[in-house]
Design a protein around this ligand. Sequence first.
Ligand SMILES: [Zn+2]
Length: 152
Amino acid sequence: MKLPYHAVATVTISGILYMIFKSWGLAVSSFIAGIFIDLDHIIDYLRENGRPFRIKNFFRICHECRFNKVILIWHGWEWLVVWGAAAWLSDWNPWITGTLIGLTQHMLLDAINSIPDFKSLRSYSLIWRWKKNFDFDTLFPKMKNIKYRYIK
Ligand SMILES: [Zn+2]
């Protein structure tokens, strides 16, 4: 899902959390996790395109899905289990719980956004991507069509 939609969803959810629980820690950590999880796209971009990092080129490459491999280290259902366990073990510390909520809503929106391509739901698993050698075309077959529309 695109960054502006994530920003709107994240601000809304973080605002609702603040209104209900009156906890800055919960709201701020939810906001930070919900937005900044996407920084892992920069890691993939740099791995494939090298430096210097140019923001305009970065957004074009993401929009055109021009990746050979997608590691996306922070996009993984597995992280939700880890953060969920950490939140529970910390007796629902607001910063940890907020991070869990931010990551969860972001992952769900990414997943819902790819529902027409149901197979790619499992592609949001780090272990599944690893088993598929992080190959973009195998993991996101519908997006592969977008990619090859631009590469001619
Ligand atoms: Zn994302």
